[in-house]
Design a protein around this ligand. Structure first.
Ligand code: 13P
Length: 233
Protein backbone atom coordinates (compact mmCIF):
# COMPACT_ATOMS: atom_id res chain seq x y z
CA UNK A 1 0.00 0.00 0.00
CA UNK A 2 2.75 2.45 1.00
CA UNK A 3 4.85 1.41 -2.00
CA UNK A 4 1.87 2.09 -4.27
CA UNK A 5 1.31 5.47 -2.60
CA UNK A 6 4.95 6.48 -3.23
CA UNK A 7 4.57 5.50 -6.89
CA UNK A 8 1.28 7.44 -7.10
CA UNK A 9 3.01 10.56 -5.82
CA UNK A 10 5.88 10.07 -8.31
CA UNK A 11 3.42 9.67 -11.19
CA UNK A 12 1.47 12.77 -10.15
CA UNK A 13 4.67 14.83 -9.94
CA UNK A 14 5.65 13.74 -13.46
CA UNK A 15 2.16 14.42 -14.84
CA UNK A 16 2.20 17.88 -13.27
CA UNK A 17 5.51 18.65 -14.99
CA UNK A 18 7.48 19.01 -11.76
CA UNK A 19 10.14 16.45 -12.73
CA UNK A 20 11.83 15.90 -16.10
CA UNK A 21 13.84 12.79 -16.98
CA UNK A 22 15.15 11.38 -13.65
CA UNK A 23 14.44 14.46 -11.52
CA UNK A 24 12.94 14.30 -8.05
CA UNK A 25 12.93 11.81 -5.19
CA UNK A 26 10.62 10.63 -2.43
CA UNK A 27 11.21 8.82 0.85
CA UNK A 28 9.12 7.58 3.77
CA UNK A 29 10.19 6.53 7.27
CA UNK A 30 9.00 3.05 8.27
CA UNK A 31 8.03 1.86 11.76
CA UNK A 32 11.20 -0.24 12.12
CA UNK A 33 13.43 2.82 11.59
CA UNK A 34 14.35 1.98 7.98
CA UNK A 35 13.38 4.14 5.00
CA UNK A 36 11.68 3.38 1.71
CA UNK A 37 12.95 5.62 -1.10
CA UNK A 38 12.96 6.08 -4.83
CA UNK A 39 16.00 4.65 -6.62
CA UNK A 40 18.51 6.94 -8.32
CA UNK A 41 18.37 7.59 -12.02
CA UNK A 42 14.83 6.56 -12.91
CA UNK A 43 11.99 8.59 -14.38
CA UNK A 44 9.22 9.11 -11.85
CA UNK A 45 6.77 8.28 -14.67
CA UNK A 46 8.08 4.71 -15.01
CA UNK A 47 8.54 3.89 -11.35
CA UNK A 48 6.84 0.75 -9.99
CA UNK A 49 6.57 -0.53 -6.36
CA UNK A 50 9.20 -3.25 -6.85
CA UNK A 51 11.83 -0.68 -7.87
CA UNK A 52 11.76 1.15 -4.53
CA UNK A 53 14.78 0.70 -2.27
CA UNK A 54 14.72 0.18 1.49
CA UNK A 55 17.72 1.52 3.37
CA UNK A 56 18.83 1.90 6.98
CA UNK A 57 19.85 5.19 8.60
CA UNK A 58 23.45 4.67 7.43
CA UNK A 59 22.35 4.38 3.78
CA UNK A 60 22.94 0.61 3.57
CA UNK A 61 20.49 -1.10 1.22
CA UNK A 62 18.29 -3.47 3.25
CA UNK A 63 15.96 -4.46 0.41
CA UNK A 64 15.93 -3.75 -3.30
CA UNK A 65 16.17 -5.26 -6.76
CA UNK A 66 19.72 -5.92 -8.00
CA UNK A 67 21.22 -2.83 -9.58
CA UNK A 68 18.87 -0.36 -7.86
CA UNK A 69 20.54 2.13 -5.53
CA UNK A 70 18.95 4.75 -3.27
CA UNK A 71 18.44 8.26 -4.63
CA UNK A 72 21.62 10.31 -4.93
CA UNK A 73 19.86 12.89 -2.71
CA UNK A 74 19.25 10.46 0.13
CA UNK A 75 21.66 12.35 2.44
CA UNK A 76 19.32 15.35 2.19
CA UNK A 77 16.31 13.17 3.04
CA UNK A 78 18.03 11.47 5.98
CA UNK A 79 19.01 14.85 7.40
CA UNK A 80 15.32 15.85 7.49
CA UNK A 81 14.52 12.74 9.58
CA UNK A 82 17.54 13.35 11.83
CA UNK A 83 16.60 16.96 12.50
CA UNK A 84 12.89 16.36 13.02
CA UNK A 85 11.40 13.41 14.89
CA UNK A 86 7.95 14.48 13.60
CA UNK A 87 8.93 14.03 9.94
CA UNK A 88 7.66 10.82 8.36
CA UNK A 89 8.09 11.63 4.65
CA UNK A 90 10.21 13.84 2.38
CA UNK A 91 9.49 14.98 -1.18
CA UNK A 92 11.95 16.69 -3.54
CA UNK A 93 10.91 18.04 -6.94
CA UNK A 94 11.51 20.88 -9.40
CA UNK A 95 8.05 22.44 -9.78
CA UNK A 96 8.79 25.10 -12.40
CA UNK A 97 7.31 28.24 -10.88
CA UNK A 98 8.58 27.64 -7.34
CA UNK A 99 11.94 26.57 -8.80
CA UNK A 100 11.91 29.86 -10.75
CA UNK A 101 12.01 31.65 -7.39
CA UNK A 102 14.86 29.36 -6.24
CA UNK A 103 16.79 30.10 -9.44
CA UNK A 104 16.13 33.84 -9.19
CA UNK A 105 17.47 33.78 -5.61
CA UNK A 106 14.16 34.81 -4.01
CA UNK A 107 12.55 33.36 -0.92
CA UNK A 108 8.73 33.32 -0.76
CA UNK A 109 7.98 35.09 2.49
CA UNK A 110 5.09 37.35 1.52
CA UNK A 111 1.97 36.80 3.59
CA UNK A 112 -0.56 37.51 0.90
CA UNK A 113 -2.59 34.36 0.39
CA UNK A 114 -4.70 32.93 3.21
CA UNK A 115 -4.39 29.23 2.41
CA UNK A 116 -0.61 29.40 2.11
CA UNK A 117 -0.19 31.28 5.39
CA UNK A 118 -2.21 28.60 7.17
CA UNK A 119 -0.78 25.57 5.37
CA UNK A 120 2.93 26.40 5.13
CA UNK A 121 3.80 29.87 6.45
CA UNK A 122 6.88 31.55 5.01
CA UNK A 123 9.16 29.71 2.60
CA UNK A 124 12.90 30.37 2.91
CA UNK A 125 15.56 30.12 0.23
CA UNK A 126 18.36 27.87 1.47
CA UNK A 127 22.03 28.31 0.46
CA UNK A 128 23.53 26.69 -2.63
CA UNK A 129 24.81 23.12 -2.31
CA UNK A 130 26.22 20.60 -4.78
CA UNK A 131 23.60 17.86 -5.24
CA UNK A 132 24.33 14.47 -3.65
CA UNK A 133 26.98 15.94 -1.28
CA UNK A 134 26.71 16.88 2.40
CA UNK A 135 26.62 20.53 1.28
CA UNK A 136 22.86 20.22 0.71
CA UNK A 137 21.92 18.67 4.09
CA UNK A 138 24.20 21.17 5.84
CA UNK A 139 22.58 24.05 3.96
CA UNK A 140 19.01 23.04 4.81
CA UNK A 141 19.47 21.93 8.43
CA UNK A 142 19.12 25.37 10.10
CA UNK A 143 15.90 26.09 8.17
CA UNK A 144 14.32 22.71 8.85
CA UNK A 145 13.92 23.64 12.50
CA UNK A 146 11.22 26.18 11.58
CA UNK A 147 9.94 25.18 8.15
CA UNK A 148 8.21 22.31 6.38
CA UNK A 149 8.77 23.77 2.91
CA UNK A 150 12.13 24.99 1.56
CA UNK A 151 13.42 26.41 -1.70
CA UNK A 152 16.87 25.01 -2.60
CA UNK A 153 18.93 27.70 -4.29
CA UNK A 154 19.46 27.13 -8.04
CA UNK A 155 17.89 23.69 -7.62
CA UNK A 156 14.25 23.11 -6.63
CA UNK A 157 12.02 22.52 -3.64
CA UNK A 158 11.87 20.24 -0.62
CA UNK A 159 8.84 19.47 1.55
CA UNK A 160 8.47 17.38 4.69
CA UNK A 161 5.42 16.05 6.49
CA UNK A 162 4.28 13.63 9.15
CA UNK A 163 3.16 11.38 6.29
CA UNK A 164 3.66 11.20 2.54
CA UNK A 165 0.37 12.80 1.51
CA UNK A 166 1.02 15.78 3.80
CA UNK A 167 4.51 16.27 2.34
CA UNK A 168 3.11 15.93 -1.20
CA UNK A 169 0.25 18.37 -0.55
CA UNK A 170 2.76 20.90 0.72
CA UNK A 171 4.54 20.69 -2.64
CA UNK A 172 1.19 21.29 -4.40
CA UNK A 173 0.46 24.28 -2.14
CA UNK A 174 3.94 25.66 -2.78
CA UNK A 175 3.67 25.48 -6.57
CA UNK A 176 0.16 26.95 -6.69
CA UNK A 177 1.25 29.77 -4.42
CA UNK A 178 4.32 30.41 -6.59
CA UNK A 179 2.02 30.78 -9.63
CA UNK A 180 -0.32 33.11 -7.73
CA UNK A 181 2.59 35.15 -6.40
CA UNK A 182 4.10 35.53 -9.86
CA UNK A 183 0.73 36.57 -11.31
CA UNK A 184 0.28 39.14 -8.53
CA UNK A 185 3.76 40.44 -9.28
CA UNK A 186 2.78 40.96 -12.94
CA UNK A 187 -0.35 42.80 -11.77
CA UNK A 188 1.60 45.29 -9.69
CA UNK A 189 2.56 43.27 -6.62
CA UNK A 190 0.82 41.26 -3.90
CA UNK A 191 -0.94 43.14 -1.11
CA UNK A 192 0.16 41.68 2.20
CA UNK A 193 -2.24 40.59 4.92
CA UNK A 194 -1.92 42.85 8.01
CA UNK A 195 0.00 41.40 11.00
CA UNK A 196 -2.96 40.90 13.40
CA UNK A 197 -4.86 39.03 10.67
CA UNK A 198 -1.83 36.80 10.08
CA UNK A 199 -1.83 35.89 13.77
CA UNK A 200 -5.47 34.80 13.48
CA UNK A 201 -4.65 32.65 10.45
CA UNK A 202 -1.74 31.01 12.25
CA UNK A 203 -4.07 30.22 15.17
CA UNK A 204 -6.29 28.34 12.72
CA UNK A 205 -3.50 26.06 11.54
CA UNK A 206 -4.10 23.03 13.72
CA UNK A 207 -7.86 22.80 13.21
CA UNK A 208 -8.01 23.97 9.63
CA UNK A 209 -5.22 21.99 7.99
CA UNK A 210 -4.23 19.67 10.82
CA UNK A 211 -0.82 21.29 10.56
CA UNK A 212 1.36 19.23 12.86
CA UNK A 213 4.69 20.55 11.68
CA UNK A 214 6.61 23.62 12.68
CA UNK A 215 4.97 26.97 13.27
CA UNK A 216 7.33 29.56 11.84
CA UNK A 217 4.95 32.44 12.48
CA UNK A 218 5.53 35.30 10.18
CA UNK A 219 9.15 35.59 9.33
CA UNK A 220 10.80 37.77 6.71
CA UNK A 221 14.00 36.77 4.97
CA UNK A 222 16.81 38.89 3.63
CA UNK A 223 18.09 36.81 0.71
CA UNK A 224 21.30 38.81 0.40
CA UNK A 225 23.37 36.45 2.57
CA UNK A 226 22.14 33.36 0.72
CA UNK A 227 22.77 34.97 -2.66
CA UNK A 228 26.29 36.04 -1.65
CA UNK A 229 27.00 32.56 -0.31
CA UNK A 230 27.66 31.16 -3.78
CA UNK A 231 30.21 33.79 -4.75
CA UNK A 232 32.01 33.41 -1.43
CA UNK A 233 32.75 29.73 -2.13
P1 13P B 1 18.06 10.83 -8.13
O1 13P B 1 17.63 10.21 -9.44
O2 13P B 1 19.39 10.33 -7.70
O3 13P B 1 17.00 10.70 -7.08
O4 13P B 1 18.28 12.40 -8.39
C1 13P B 1 17.28 13.17 -8.98
C2 13P B 1 17.38 14.63 -8.64
O5 13P B 1 16.40 15.34 -8.72
C3 13P B 1 18.63 15.22 -8.18
O6 13P B 1 18.41 16.53 -7.72
Amino acid sequence: MLREQICDVCHKMWQLGWVAANDGNVSVKLDDGTFLCTPTGISKSFITPDKLVRIDKDMNVVEGLPGYKASSEIKMHLRCYQEREDVGAVVHAHPPTATGYAVAGKSMDEYSMIETVIAIGSIPLTPYGTPSTYEVPNAIAPYLKEHDVLLLKNHGALTVGADLITAYYRMETLELYAKISLTAHLLGGAKEIPGPQIDKLLDLRENYYHVTGKHPGYKKYDDTAVNNHETEK
